[in-house]
Design a protein around this ligand. Structure first.
Ligand code: PLP
Length: 397
């Protein structure tokens, strides 16, 4: 197979070899159930608690505030539904933003259908949450404010300290979905005024299927599932010891390397953006004026169908994504770009380049070599091929 370059680190990441190595014994010779009383159980229990303590220290929390879950989506669900259902009848509202990941957006929508009022606050043209609108939406009936730490599509970092302050001034709790910032941006839950925080292992070079929910001591949560007393009865079920060990190892490595990675990825992103802006006419960087994650770049190529561009780049060995969702042959523009005021047509011409551990200059060079002629070719095809989804190419070409 010819060389491939991965530019989709916000979707998922490779597991670092050090993480695999740390996890392996917990699948093989040290496979015990952390609840068992014998030596196998005791060593599994110790590994679980050591991992919990490590993770807690890395985010400024206490060990008994760290709950292990099955993924970032589950952490978001437990945070939102758990807080709202434990709230009283007069204070059971949710205020969140229109650019959240579906793990928060759809949970908020379902809760609204079940009678918990939800408000979705907009963002400005840079993709930053509108704090005045947030202030207007939060009131005495608000139980929880949830604002993501950084957006997965644009990488734009949100003013969560201010949002947390606003929540607390109104007697509400504050949750942040930090799935895209864990290990990339410094996090200290105490200093930042965070009551609940979601993380996901597969976004920080650990395996898929493991998440963390930080729950500040004293915050009441009604569990979504029932069983034994695992994970403080918030998330019952036999614990994923290897997952916890892997998460702790990956977070430790990411925090250790954060400064160097930030410098490397920012430089790669800036070079990629500057060269694309120079070589491809009429493109725009979405969220380019805001504070962003170091390795994320969202670029619109008006006149080009984003899916067609993605597939052409894939044929050249470049893997990335669009923010658009394809449903039964139709492309739905990204809700994040729409919320920023980008037109639906321009939104469907957008690509997300996301870099991370292992991204090289060689990959950026390859994109810069193949992208401009592809955009030119696609733009020259009269009327473009807007609205094409993978799998439906044959019908329209
Ligand atoms: N929140 C954000 C911001 C994300 O980017 C993602 C994954 O794309 C999730 C939540 C869901 O995490 P998981 O894939 O672990 O369920």
């Amino acid at each position: 197979m010819s060389k491939r370059f991965y530019f989709d680190h916000n979707a998922t990441t490779p597991v670092r070899p050090e993480v695999v190595e740390a996890m392996l014994p917990w699948y093989t010779e040290r496979f015990g159930n952390a609840s068992s009383i014998h030596s196998y159980g005791r060593e599994a229990h110790d590994a679980l608690e050591e991992s919990r303590a490590k993770i807690a220290a890395l985010i400024g929390a206490e060990p008994d505030e760290v709950v292990f879950t099955g993924c970032g989506t589950e952490s978001d669900n437990i945070a939102l539904a758990g807080v709202l259902t434990s709230a009283g009848k007069d204070k059971n509202g949710l205020v969140t933003t229109s650019i959240e990941h579906s793990a928060v957006l759809n949970t908020g929508r379902v809760l609204a259908e079940r009678g918990y009022p939800a408000a979705f606050v907009g963002v400005d043209s840079r993709g930053v949450v509108d704090l005045d609108a947030l202030r207007g939406a939060v009131g005495p009936g608000t139980a929880l404010v949830s604002v993501m730490h950084a957006n997965n599509e644009t990488g734009v970092i949100q003013p969560i300290r201010e949002a947390a302050r606003l929540a607390h001034e109104n007697g509400a709790l504050f949750h942040t979905d930090a799935v895209q910032t864990g290990g990339k941006v410094p996090i200290n839950v105490r200093e930042m005024g965070i009551d609940l925080l979601s993380l996901s292992a597969h976004k920080l070079n650990a395996p898929k299927g493991f998440g963390v929910l930080y729950v500040r001591k004293g915050v009441e949560i009604v569990p979504l599932t029932y069983g034994g007393h695992h994970e403080f009865s918030i998330r019952p079920g036999t614990e994923n010891v290897a997952g916890a060990v892997g998460f702790a190892a990956a977070l430790e490595l990411a925090v250790r390397d954060m400064d160097t990675e930030t410098r490397t990825l920012s430089a790669l992103r800036d070079r990629l953006e500057a060269a694309i802006l120079e070589r491809v006419p009429d493109v725009m960087v979405n969220g380019g004026d805001a504070d962003r994650l170091p390795g994320t770049s969202n670029i619109s190529f008006p006149g080009v169908d984003g899916e067609a561009l993605l597939l052409s780049l894939d044929r050249e060995g470049i893997a990335l994504s669009t923010g658009s969702a394809c449903t039964i042959g139709e492309v739905e523009p990204s809700h994040v770009l729409l919320a920023m005021g980008v037109s639906p047509r321009t939104a469907t011409s957008s690509l997300r380049f996301s870099m991370g551990w292992g991204t090289t200059e060689e990959g950026v060079d390859h994109i810069l070599a193949v992208l401009p002629p592809i955009v030119e070719r696609l733009r020259s095809i009269s009327g473009g091929i807007a609205g094409v989804c993978p799998g439906t190419m044959a019908e329209s070409s």
